[in-house]
Design a protein. Structure first.
Length: 739
């Protein structure tokens, strides 16, 4: 079942036709595979002795730095280990992070992995095939290293761009997130290992992450964050769902009857297992509310899901039935993915070259050209002298911190420790993947000077800038799990430095390596801005390829760039001033009074919030420039599909993303992305595209199900969420249905 898309990527040029990839993209596990697996799982559970039933329910974090408990020999140093039951052919569960490559866990294994771009960069590609290819490659590496569970599938919506994990997630939109993460998971599971989807749900900030209480109405949740998960699960059929640290309407996420039992298992009919996040289990009662497995149990106040669980089950048949269900669910996920029939053995071969190619294409397609005055880009090879400033561009490209951190070949180019407190302090270090943009720029400009300044002193960079033809400033914003950013300014005086350089030389190009949106007080004074996110190991070549025009930028913003924080639903991240960062320490605290009220924006995140507030973004969702120009036209729709034509009317080959928005219902203005397609077009070429419209995007959640109201629905093609074409109205018949 090793359906590898990677070989088709290898054959391609810098721009590969997505049509060619589409043939390879297929669901690895279907809903009926899950149903069949459940039957087999139940027959295995029927053969289990009571003591065996509390093996699959509890895992550890097999790392020497984590205090407490013996680490079994069979465990590989990584995020998680759950002992199997050999007698019944159930292998140990070997679990590794994470969404952006096989995580390096502080270098403890001494290995390395392909470093893919950040999740938000995947979102910027709007490319399902590439999301699948990335999942396929990461899953293959996990398998080769002996892991059968990949803690991937970060599907939280970006409710606040200051969330420290914004870089790990895909977007602010449920359709885009759900589809990309679903196909990414399918790619991982095509290796016959399990992928998770995480963190279920509404895990929107790191401040007080283990106790912040998120307030949100059922309808608003179902139409936004939960919808992203629902779509992701339908497509990807992940073997496991990882629940979240935070509380939701006063229930702890990993003990939430509402989220786990009601929404996930009852309404959506999910058959796999719910594993906890690491240190997110408040007590044994979580099992009765839908949690199936306690992970990294040393990080919890107690090991609830072994003896305690067994004693409770032996005392009460209802609890025993639940324990059977917990085991059946773990086995269902494993069987459906293929883990029992094709067990993982460490020491597999890895096709590094092919994976590097996927990483590079992912970086290339994720880069968003935000500004390009007077065609400052692409640079000519004889562009005169170039000054490169800042961002450790002489060494590498920035990556995000925390459990998703990947260690590329040779380790990080730069590791800048920012804290020396506690066992997890190594997570709190700014790390740069190898591959120096400066070298990639120099390689494209054999003649003429390319000089470099680290950018620690604005005065010297500005003085040199005045004597140079072109300045390329690399600006960075480091984000990490465990710590939100205080504001959207570039840290360490970089805004001031860019302003001084731009004043000295207006031919200044800013390359951003950020985990999400940042303020740009200097925007009007610079010639061009390129958003490269955390681009992974292919970043340097991808950035230089865009700067010199070998790669025509095609990324689109998966998240709104606000003009300033006053445009956001909340002025600050709640608790920012009250709580210290959580680098793995704080236990769940039921007594906390930290609330974040998501009912303010409800299901209207990002561009939908802006539409509701009638405010214009600095750069809207869906926005991105190209070195060619495109037109979208001819929208026709019956409300369940939409057809339109995309044309490249410029002089270069390139890719564009057709976007269809719902903009009105009767007299009410709405804004929802209902379909998208990324298309590669030669100069002068047109392509007609049809997208399906998920009925849930036309509907409202109405207590027990979805309702589409009778009426006239207006749709428009968008260059982005703000530049919309003519509205096409269609009469839609009302109906209601349950999930
Ligand atoms: C993170 C998860 C991760 C887990 C295991 C937690 O702190 O929230 O995303 O999978 O650790 O490393």
């Amino acid at each position: 079942m090793f359906r590898s898309i990677v070989t088709s990527l290898l054959a391609g040029s810098a721009i590969v036709s997505s049509a060619a990839w589409a043939q390879d993209r297929q669901q690895s596990v279907s809903a009926s595979d899950m149903a069949a697996a459940q039957e087999r799982a139940e027959s295995i559970v029927a053969q289990m002795e009571p003591e065996e039933k509390v093996r699959l329910t509890m895992g550890i974090m097999p790392l020497p730095i984590v205090p407490g408990g013996e680490i079994p020999e069979a465990a590989i140093p990584a995020a998680g280990f759950v002992p199997g039951v050999e007698r019944l052919g159930i292998p140990d569960l070997t679990e590794t992070d994470g969404p952006l490559g096989v995580a390096y866990v502080m270098g403890l294994r001494g290995d390395y992995a392909t470093a893919m771009p950040a999740g938000i960069a995947m979102g910027a590609t709007f490319n399902r095939d590439l999301a699948y290819a990335q999942g396929t490659a990461i899953g293959a590496e996990a398998r080769a290293k002996g892991f059968n569970v990949l803690l991937a599938g970060g599907a939280n919506l970006a409710r606040d761009p200051r969330n420290g994990r914004t870089f790990e997630y895909i977007s602010e939109d449920p359709l885009l997130t759900g589809q990309l993460i679903g196909w990414n998971i399918a790619g991982v599971q095509s290796n016959e290992i399990v992928s998770t989807i995480k963190h279920f749900a509404l895990n929107g900030q790191e401040t007080g992450r283990k106790f912040v209480d998120v307030l949100i109405d059922d309808a608003a949740a179902r139409e936004s964050d939960l919808l992203a998960f629902q779509i992701g699960i339908e497509i990807g059929q992940p073997g496991s769902v990882m629940c979240a640290y935070n509380r939701v309407n006063s229930e702890q996420g990993c003990a939430s009857e509402y989220l786990l039992n009601q929404v996930l298992k009852e309404d959506w009919g999910y058959r796999g297992w719910v594993m906890s996040d690491w240190g997110a289990v408040p007590g044994l009662y979580a099992a009765w509310n839908g949690l199936d497995q306690q992970s990294g149990s040393q990080l919890d106040p107690d090991t609830f899901f072994d003896e305690d669980l067994l004693l409770a089950a032996q005392a009460d048949p209802a609890h025993m039935a639940r324990l059977d269900d917990m085991n059946a669910r773990v086995l269902t996920g494993l069987i459906a993915a293929g883990v029992l029939d094709n067990p993982v053995t460490p020491g597999g071969e890895i096709d590094w070259e092919a994976h590097a190619r996927v990483a590079q294409q992912a970086a290339e397609q994720s880069i968003v050209l935000l500004r390009n005055e007077n065609d400052a880009l692409p640079l000519a090879r004889d562009a005169g002298s170039i000054l490169v400033v800042g961002g450790y561009a002489d060494s590498g490209v920035l990556s995000g911190g925390g459990s998703s951190q990947v260690h590329g070949e040779g380790g990080p180019a730069i590791l800048r420790p920012l804290s020396n407190t506690g066992a997890f302090s190594v997570f709190i270090s700014e790390q740069y993947q190898r591959g120096a943009p400066l070298n990639s720029i120099r390689a494209r400009k054999p003649e003429g000077t390319v000089r470099f300044r680290p950018g620690r002193y604005a005065s010297d960079a500005a003085a040199l800038a005045a004597q140079t033809d072109v300045v390329i400033v690399f600006a960075t914003q480091w984000m990490t799990e465990g710590l939100d950013v205080s504001d959207l300014g570039l840290p360490d005086g970089q805004d001031q430095m860019i302003a001084e350089i731009a004043a000295a030389n207006p031919n200044t190009i800013v390359v951003l390596e950020t985990g999400g949106p940042v303020d740009m007080p200097w925007l009007d004074d610079v010639a061009a801005v390129v958003e490269a996110w955390y681009p992974g190991q292919g970043g340097a070549e991808a950035i230089a390829g865009v700067l010199f025009g070998e790669v025509n930028p095609s990324g689109r913003l998966p998240i709104t760039f606000p003009r300033d924080a006053s445009q956001l639903p909340r002025e600050n991240i709640p608790g920012m001033l009250e709580y210290d960062p959580d680098f793995g320490g704080n236990p769940p605290s039921p007594d906390s009074k930290l609330y974040t009220d998501y009912n303010v924006e409800g299901s209207d995140l990002g561009y939908r919030w802006n539409a509701r507030q009638n405010q214009e973004a600095l750069f809207p969702f869906g926005y991105g420039l190209s070195y060619t120009s495109f037109a979208s036209s001819g929208l026709t729709t019956d409300g369940s599909t939409a057809t339109f034509t995309l044309t490249n009317n410029g002089e270069r080959a390139g890719a564009t993303v057709g976007q269809v928005y719902l903009v009105s219902r009767n007299d009410e203005n709405l804004q929802r992305l209902v379909g998208f397609e990324r298309v590669e077009l030669e100069p002068g070429e047109s392509q007609t595209v049809t997208v399906d419209i998920d009925p849930r995007l036309l509907a409202e959640w109405n207590e027990t199900g979805w309702t589409i109201f009778d009426g006239d629905y207006g749709f428009a093609l968008g260059e982005d969420a703000e530049r919309l074409g003519p509205v096409v109205k269609v009469a839609v018949q009302g109906r209601s249905w349950e999930d």
